[in-house]
Every structure is written in structure tokens, then in C-alpha cells.
Design a protein around this ligand. Structure first.
Ligand code: F6P
Length: 328
């Protein structure tokens, strides 16, 4: 096995707080071990276009506390094609990059998997997404910060909801996953969460109305995952239904949107990103390839990228019971 001398790192898909801490950890660990590091800008788009610059220990100074990603990010359609991926490979060859670190969510690691299947390049994935939806890791980088941001917002909404005795439907991100909605509901003392993992024949709204609204409660807050299926889902959908079916209630909607993705990473995310970034270089030096670094029971684990992206990460059903019981 040839020794890896030069690595490339990119961030891809939706940005997540802690990505900079991750870039910093990868860069410094690689340099510490005698490697050269190239930053690839704008994710796979920059890989295709050759937007590459060397990273030094100094170029990642003063970044651990910053949200977003200093490497920028993008969602790249061209990389979905074999031709686009071939161009990306040409860039790696041109810069002498012999291993690639990809920080991103499900779509980005899916791209990494396809790339690795077509080209002989070791890839290590790092789970960077606020959605927490990658299989094989207890946490993804950015999830904790986003969760805390949501809870801070919900606490504020609670003040006005109580003053006006209103029902609020608050929509949060998570694409197809309910981790943000479920856990922010528990942490903010919300009355209910509507999440895709709990889609059964039972109407979640009717359930909430019968269990969640008590006369003694002066306000009700429902965290709603943004996930929609056949036009069903999202805060607007449920608010409209309440307005039509239960006109006695005063209903409002807040869609938190992209503010959930910004802000200074929490200490938890900084530490997670630092540990994972460090582990990615250790893994390369051990000869690992095409794995995602995860954390399980507070220990670093290696998960085949194919498994991380394919399997649906289940939500602990007990979390649903916790919220149901504590909100009664
Ligand atoms: O995957 C991260 C995420 O923030 C999802 O929660 C959300 O559905 C999506 O990205 C939004 O993407 P964009 O920033 O492209 O609108």
C-alpha cells in the first residue's frame, strides 16, 4: 500500500456548524503526519472546475468557532453524471491528490460512494449535516448546534404563544428525518412532534388535538418536520387543517428555515468535529478507504459509506413515548 502524501478535503451539500472545526482538524492532523493538504472549494463543483488551494496550519487558524464552511459548499448536478465525476478525478490527478475527505450529508456521501466505485481513490466520509440522518453514527456534525438553535427559538415563541393562548406549528428542517423535530420538542417542552418516522394510519393531528390540548394549558406548541409526502406534511398543512376542522383555536405558523443551519458551533459539535477530523487521517494511515467516520457510544467507529447512506437511521421509539408522556 503506497503511503498517502497529499489529501484533498471538500465540504458538500447543506452547510453545518462544526464543518470548519472539521476542516481544521483534518488539515492539522494531516500536516502533523507529514502530508500536504489541498482545500477544494464549493464541494464537487470545485472538484470538477479545479478550484483548489493548499491549506496550511495557519489558513485554518481562528476558524473553530465559526459557523458555515470556509471552503464554501454547493449542491452539484454535474457530479451526478459519470462524465462529471471523471472531470473531478482529473482534478485530483492534476494536483497529485491521492486521498479525498468528503464532509457532508447523505447526498454528498452518496456522491462519494459513486466516485469511489468508478475511480481508484481512497475516500473517507465525515458526517456533516444538521439532519443527523446518517446510519452508523449516533451524531452528525452540526446536529447539536441546530437543535440548540431551535430550542432557543421555541422558548421565545412560547412566550408569545402563552400570552395569546395560541397553538403554534413550528416547522424545522431534517429533510426526511425527524431527529430535529422530535428532540427539540422534548427539549422545549412542546406538546407534540409530527415526524415522518411516526407516519402510521393514525392521524397525528387528531391525536395531538385529543391528547395535546388541555384546558389548563395556555398555549400549545407542535414541532413539525419539514418532510412532506404526497402533499401531506409541513407546518402550513397542519395549521390549515386545524383552522378548517377546529375553528375555535387560534393558530399560527413559524417556519424556522435556514437560521437553523447558521451560528457558532456548540462545544459538543466542535469536539465531535475535531475527533472525527483527526480520526479520518488516522483511518487513511491505517489503509482504510471508502468508510465514513462515525461515533457510537462515544467511541469512533468506521462505517462503510455504502451502509451509512443506504440504511435508514431509525429514531428511538422511546423518544416518542417520552414526549407523549411528558406533554400530557
Ligand atoms: O440536509 C440539510 C438541510 O438543511 C435539510 O435539513 C434541508 O431539507 C435542506 O438541507 C435544505 O437545503 P437548501 O439549503 O439547499 O435549501
Amino acid at each position: 500500500m503506497a503511503r498517502i502524501k497529499t489529501i484533498g478535503i471538500l465540504t458538500s451539500g447543506g452547510d453545518a456548524p462544526g464543518m470548519n472545526a472539521c476542516i481544521r482538524a483534518v488539515t492539522r492532523t494531516a500536516i502533523f503526519n507529514g502530508m500536504k493538504v489541498y482545500g477544494i472549494y464549493r464541494g464537487y463543483e470545485g472538484l470538477i472546475k479545479g478550484e483548489v488551494e493548499e491549506l496550511t496550519t495557519e489558513s485554518v487558524s481562528n476558524t473553530i468557532q465559526r459557523g458555515g464552511t470556509i471552503l464554501r459548499t454547493a449542491r452539484c448536478k454535474a457530479f451526478l453524471t459519470p462524465e462529471g465525476r471523471q472531470e473531478g478525478y482529473e482534478t485530483l490527478k492534476r494536483f497529485g491528490i491521492d486521498a479525498l475527505i468528503v464532509v457532508g450529508g447523505n447526498g454528498s456521501l452518496h456522491g462519494a460512494q459513486e466516485f469511489a466505485a468508478e475511480h481508484d481513490i481512497p475516500i473517507i466520509g465525515l458526517p456533516g449535516t444538521i439532519d443527523n440522518d446518517l446510519y452508523g453514527t449516533d451524531f452528525t456534525i452540526g446536529y447539536d448546534t441546530a437543535l440548540n438553535t431551535i430550542v432557543e427559538c421555541v422558548d421565545k415563541i412560547r412566550d408569545t404563544a402563552t400570552s395569546h393562548e395560541r397553538i403554534f406549528f413550528i416547522e424545522v428542517m431534517g429533510r426526511d428525518a425527524g431527529f430535529l423535530a422530535q428532540n427539540s420538542a422534548i427539549a422545549s417542552g412542546a406538546e407534540a412532534a409530527i415526524i415522518p418516522e411516526d407516519q402510521t394510519d393514525v392521524d397525528q393531528l387528531a391525536q395531538f388535538i385529543s391528547h395535546g390540548i388541555r384546558k389548563s394549558k395556555s398555549s400549545s406548541i407542535v414541532l413539525v418536520s419539514e418532510a412532506r409526502k404526497n402533499g401531506v406534511g409541513g407546518a402550513m398543512y397542519y395549521a390549515d387543517r386545524v383552522r378548517n376542522e377546529y375553528p375555535q383555536y387560534d393558530v399560527r405558523v413559524t417556519i424556522l428555515g435556514h437560521l437553523q443551519r447558521g451560528g457558532r458551533p456548540s462545544a459538543f459539535d466542535r469536539i465531535l468535529a475535531s475527533r472525527m477530523g483527526y480520526a479520518s487521517i488516522e483511518a487513511l494511515m491505517e489503509g482504510q478507504r471508502n468508510i465514513m467516520i462515525g461515533v457510537s457510544n462515544d467511541e469512533i467507529v468506521y462505517v462503510p459509506i455504502s451502509r451509512a447512506v443506504k440504511k435508514d437511521k431509525p429514531i428511538d421509539k422511546e423518544l416518542i413515548s417520552v414526549l407523549t408522556v411528558l406533554s400530557t
